[in-house]
Ligand binder design. Sequence first.
Ligand SMILES: [Zn+2]
Length: 185
Amino acid sequence: MVPSCDSNPNSSRFTHCPDCGRPDLKADSFKSFACRSCGFQFFINCAAAVMGLILDDKNRLLVTRRKYAPARGSLDLPGGFADPGEGIEESLKRELAEELNLKAVEMTYLCSYPNTYTYGPVTYPITDMAFICRVESFGAIQANDDVADFLFIPVNALDPLRFGMASARKVISRFKQFSAIKGTE
Ligand SMILES: [Zn+2]
């Protein structure tokens, strides 16, 4: 079922038309707005985001600890939002360099899940995409940016419930299934 304008999470905050300035902007659907005065339309489409699944040579997964809200202190996967103008692999390379000082050398798409991210008064719909990656080396790894810390967890000991973000929990579950099928767990 397609969600209706009743489920537009931003309908109470987006009220004034950015074109004509009148207080006539209304939610038109779960993701769109239209101005009743001048006809201006505005869409909040999905933002692309990426996560990296990186194993070391002992079959342990590299996970991070979140430095900031939401879900501060919980486990997470390295990654983040795509910047305008980037391909998604490029975004992952940049995020791994920024957050952990790692250089990704190989990336294989695994899966994607829908998510939402609330920052200030605005809720953004997200498409999270997960890639299995290999990095050049872990020699220079360090926690930077929005990463408080990092740790390596054996794949069979990964508990999705320790991950604060819903889509990271789903990706971890999917990755465990994938590893079990491949017989690498
Ligand atoms: Zn208007």
